[in-house]
Design a protein around this ligand. Structure first.
Ligand SMILES: [Zn+2]
Length: 161
């Protein structure tokens, strides 16, 4: 019996919703200067809650919320495109070759063991994680652009929709 009552109380979001939309109204209008309206505001909002209208508003609000991948304060690692090196095919990354009994620097990789290719590859810049300090959201007609900013020159763009 007791448990059931607690359950009902927890499910009841009326006070929370009424307070939320009361504050919204006060913020967005000059209703606070109208004493007569303020007197009935709680009961009007209660009736709206009874009609289920506040739940509808709440649903709409939640749908409008933009979910960002990162939050302010999140640490992220950035990636950059760099030239791709591969193991030297001639010396198999040893950097040396034997000619007769004499060991020479590999002529193909100049003793480096790796050679540069024409390809580019993405690498994670592990040495500098960066903290996101700002998030800019640009709403457009059919897409949303989210830009995360942090550190000195960190700029990460994400497009939704
Ligand atoms: Zn080599």
């Amino acid at each position: 019996m007791e448990n059931k009552e607690i359950g009902v109380m927890c499910d009841d979001n009326r006070f929370e919703l009424i307070e939320k939309y009361k504050q919204k109204l006060i913020k967005a209008t000059n209703i606070e200067t109208a004493k007569e309206e303020m007197k009935v505001l709680d009961s009007v909002l209660f009736r709206m809650w009874q009609m289920g209208w506040l739940d509808t508003l709440e649903e709409k609000d939640q749908n409008n919320e933009i979910k960002t991948k990162f939050k302010i304060g999140d640490k992220v690692w950035t990636i950059k495109k760099v030239n791709k090196y591969i193991k030297c095919p001639k010396c198999k990354d040893k950097g040396k070759e034997l000619i007769g009994n004499i060991e020479y620097h590999c002529a193909n990789c100049y003793g480096q063991g790796t050679v540069l290719t024409n390809e580019l590859e993405w690498v994670v810049q592990k040495e500098n994680p960066c903290e996101i300090t700002r998030i800019k959201i640009l709403l457009e007609k059919d897409r949303t652009e989210i830009v995360y900013l942090g550190g000195e020159n960190i700029f990460i763009a994400d497009y939704l929709g």
